[in-house]
Design a protein around this ligand. Structure first.
Ligand SMILES: Cc1ncc(COP(=O)(O)O)c(C=O)c1O
Length: 403
């Protein structure tokens, strides 16, 4: 009888790749520790004060005094956790208030809060699209979208990134009588580009499909009321489900699905990632509700974040860096690196300067790219954006990315 294989052997290529990278002498870019967090834009890393440019804390709500006070009050009055599912002992007044804040924020009939955005996608997609149904999705979709498709066992039909006619062609090949869900994202987090939702939603509706839009990277920031790209492009009323996360603009943790579908509430009984997990702690839903209500009046923060994004994009381009988008489309600016080694060296050079960005590499990135992903915050000051550009210039010259 032959010996059973070590179940870890499938990771050998990744282990070797990681070791080869560390052997070049760079720090491990995936195990940085925030030793102390000073504000939404600054932390102590490796004993040094560092500007944060890779946190997705777009609206800078994490240190908002009212948000913190709401969390502390709930912690004291309701305890540290619910120890239960939403359908048993885990629905507190705070969960209902958070869902009401979300209904008000989106002006929609239903809001269902999940413990993470990952679970929101997993649960809603897997529960709606089952065996025999079709999920048509952008090939660059987030892992939680793919995992939702796998869990529901639906047929997955990917189409080329942001390509409206590819979506139309895929939809045309699906049997007319089959259940169809088109899954799109407002902002794609790797390159920071925005989807042509207006055209995509129109094509999907003509084909009789339901549409889900994940607005994780646009919630709170994009659109006149911060409802996302669907609002910005005037198609929110035609979208069946919007997925959002509390881990970015809202500044805490959690996920949501909002909808106007009249039968939406049944999901609370049949959606496994909602039913079979503990609900969010009272302090978390209290901070989320307070933050969401403040984001309804966040126009000046949104304006400042756009100004930051435009300035960083123009400044990096002028320095000679290759960027993920021709123009700034969101608060994410991706700087394309020639390869993983150079990307890791640049990441470390920036950290030594006192700047933290995200290093992203395949398979998470499209087209095998290595990216330094920058995400701006409404709390970055004009001076900080200037410092960031100076740090990119020095590090880029030292590593040989720019001349
Ligand atoms: C597009 C997208 N959807 C969903 C998620 C999951 O959000 P959460 O962090 O709340 O699990 C993310 C997070 O990275 C994301 O980028």
């Amino acid at each position: 009888m032959s010996a059973a294989p070590d179940l870890f052997s499938k990771f050998d290529p990744l282990i070797a790749q990681r070791q080869a990278l560390l052997d070049t002498g760079v720090k491990d870019p995936f195990s940085l520790v925030m030793e102390k967090v000073l504000s939404p834009t600054r932390a102590i890393c490796n004993g040094r004060e560092t500007i944060l440019l890779g946190t997705y804390n777009y609206m800078g709500m994490t240190f908002d005094p009212e948000v913190i006070a709401a969390g502390k009050k709930a912690l004291e009055e309701f305890g540290s956790g619910t120890t239960g599912s939403r359908v048993l002992n885990g629905t507190y007044q705070g969960h209902k208030e958070c869902e009401q804040a979300l209904r008000d924020f989106y002006a929609m009939d239903h809001a269902m809060v999940f413990s993470t955005g990952y679970q929101a996608n997993l649960g809603v997609i897997a529960t709606l699209a089952g065996k025999g149904d079709y999920v048509v999705l952008d090939i660059d979709s987030h892992a939680s979208i793919y995992d939702g498709c796998a869990m529901g066992n639906a047929e997955i039909v990917p189409f080329r990134h942001n390509d409206v006619s590819a979506l139309e062609k895929r939809l045309a090949r699906i049997p007319a009588e089959a259940g169809k869900l088109v899954v799109l994202e407002g902002v794609y987090s790797m390159l920071g580009d925005v989807a042509p939702l207006k055209e995509m939603v129109a094509v999907s509706k003509t084909a009789g499909a339901m549409v889900l839009v994940d607005e994780a990277h646009s919630m709170g920031f994009i659109g006149p009321n911060g409802r996302g790209v669907a609002e910005d492009q005037g198609v929110l009323d035609d979208v069946d489900f919007v997925i959002g996360t509390f881990s970015k603009s809202v500044g805490t943790v959690g996920g949501v699905c909002v909808s106007n579908h009249p039968k939406f509430e049944i999901l609370r009984l049949v959606c496994r990632p909602y039913v079979f997990t503990a609900s969010l702690p009272p302090s978390v839903v209290a901070t989320a509700a307070t933050s969401i209500r403040k984001l309804m009046h966040g126009k000046s923060k949104r304006d400042h974040l756009w100004a930051n994004s435009k300035r960083l994009h123009a400044g990096l381009k002028a320095l000679g860096f290759t960027l993920g988008t021709e123009t700034p489309q969101s608060a994410i600016i991706a700087v394309i690196m020639p390869d993983l080694e150079k990307g890791a060296a640049m990441w470390e050079a920036l950290l030594s300067e006192g700047l933290y960005v995200n290093l992203a590499r395949p398979p998470a990135t499209p087209a095998n790219m290595t990216l330094l992903r920058c995400s701006l915050c409404a709390e970055h000051s004009d001076e900080e954006v200037g410092e960031i550009l100076a740090m990119f210039e020095r590090a880029g010259r030292a590593v040989g990315i720019i001349g």
